[in-house]
Design a binder for this molecule. Structure first.
Ligand code: FE2
Length: 150
């Protein structure tokens, strides 16, 4: 958890992928790497540019990708009857709602600070991948399921 404290202190520090992010499944890891890459793009964007519309566009494209990724994860969990499926699905839904609200607010007169959005994204993705996503893979291995992520 030292890592989470570190990003809470410095909100604009890029996320560096290491083994702690791996859920133990290369296909899922690759999708998570792509998502972390977009969070890092947004961090860089805020540091060097100030275009709110472009920021909102990247965030919206990321949401599109998330919807596909969450759907795949949920289909995967369903296939091996993951007992915490509903809890996990709710976390995905809450995330999509939160980011959709940010996108709406970005087009309003008093937009949220992009750094607030980035701080949310960093914390959410770091804890979701390291803790929540890892749990379904641990369960799948425990029951020795041969379900394939696709
Ligand atoms: Fe997930």
């Amino acid at each position: 958890m030292i890592y989470l404290e570190k990003i809470a202190m410095d909100k604009t520090e890029k996320i560096i992928w290491d083994s702690r992010f791996s859920v133990g499944n290369t296909k899922i890891d690759d999708e998570h790497k792509k998502l972390i890459g977009v969070v890092n793009d947004l961090i860089e964007f805020v540091e060097f540019k100030k275009d709110r519309e472009e920021f909102a566009k990247i965030l919206s494209e990321m949401t599109d990708y998330c919807l596909t990724h969450f759907k795949k994860e949920e289909n995967y969990m369903k296939k091996f009857a993951y007992p915490d499926f509903t809890k996990h699905h709710t976390l995905h839904t809450d995330y999509i709602y939160k980011v959709a609200m940010y996108n709406i607010e970005l087009s309003e007169n008093i937009p949220p600070d992009p750094k607030e959005i980035i701080s949310f994204l960093e914390k959410w993705w770091t804890s979701h991948i390291m803790i929540v996503d890892r749990e379904y893979e641990v369960y799948k291995n425990k029951i020795q399921s041969d379900v394939i992520y696709e």
